[in-house]
Write a protein that binds this ligand. Sequence first.
Ligand SMILES: C[S@@+](CC[C@H](N)C(=O)[O-])C[C@H]1O[C@@H](n2cnc3c(N)ncnc32)[C@H](O)[C@@H]1O
Length: 340
Amino acid sequence: MIRGGRAGYDRPRVLAAARRASTLELFQLAGLRPGMRCVDLGCGSGDVTLDIAALAGPGGWVAGIDMDQAKLEFARQAARERGLANVAFEAADVSQWTGPGEYDFVYCRFLLQHLASPAGLLRQMWDAVRPGGVLAVEDADLEGLFCDPDNAGFSFYRRMYLEVLARNGGDPTCARRLARYFRETGIPAPAMRLLQGVNAGGDAKAMPLLTLYAIADAIVSSGLAAAAEVTAAIENLRAFTTDPDTLISDPRIFQVWARRGTGDATAVPQEGTSRPHHQAVVQPPVACGTGTAIAESSAPEEDPLTTEAPTGRPPAQPLTSASAQTRLFCSQRLARAAPQ
Ligand SMILES: C[S@@+](CC[C@H](N)C(=O)[O-])C[C@H]1O[C@@H](n2cnc3c(N)ncnc32)[C@H](O)[C@@H]1O
């Protein structure tokens, strides 16, 4: 429903920049640490995935999963440019994703609102958390959006976004049910924060306008409004967004997280369903898709979000697909993490 390709890459980058500070706070509160094995589901542009990679440090790693190949290509390029060797991106539908007991930090942001069965994915995510590991989720309750003063373009955007999301099988208010889904999944005592910003300017204020651009085709093709109506709303909202005397709120953002007890059993892969990267295949320590070497030190950097990993030798063997890259990437890290 949201435009893909370059346009589909740029919008989540603006989103990521606008939400970065509160996401980094969540990572601190939830206990994301150097050395952790992480996964970011519905990673989109990969900006958050790259922050996780920096925080996990050279002794940890992160896999970013999304079904949008075009965004993942941009994300891989960004990882190469930042010299981050401990990240891999894989194209997959998260409804098919499993990783029982494989991860220390399992995360998704603004993904569950798009899914017909968010509770089903939560179950899969919790199964993927190792003892002592963390499940952390962020999502938006879109009914919380407001502006001041009233604006026809903004009202149109709000109504259309909720409608298009629901018609595509999503749930615009699923975020307010996250804690309940956690409990229903048997996840004990989730911690929760509710955040809502309001903006007189900047990236966050532009998000409704960018989103309206991004869903314009979906609005027209689904017959919700005529093209002329969408164009008029975009013009109206553009003028409103650039007026410093107006306010546009963020949606209500729910952050919910829980830690698995160190004595808890995790799900075990069933016979015939384990993926190749569950096995600790010994490979030379090369990064996949980045062409850079894995730094051997596990000491945390002074500022992991700005420090770049050293660059080095190219991959030892050609990799034919993103999926092969991720499997090799993960098997290398499992091999490195295995007790000697
Ligand atoms: C709103 S974006 C959020 C991107 C990123 N998590 C962030 O917060 O910046 C939602 C992402 O979920 C992805 N997505 C939606 N449904 C998916 C599915 N079933 N499997 C994999 N990815 C999916 C979309 O391609 C999109 O990149």
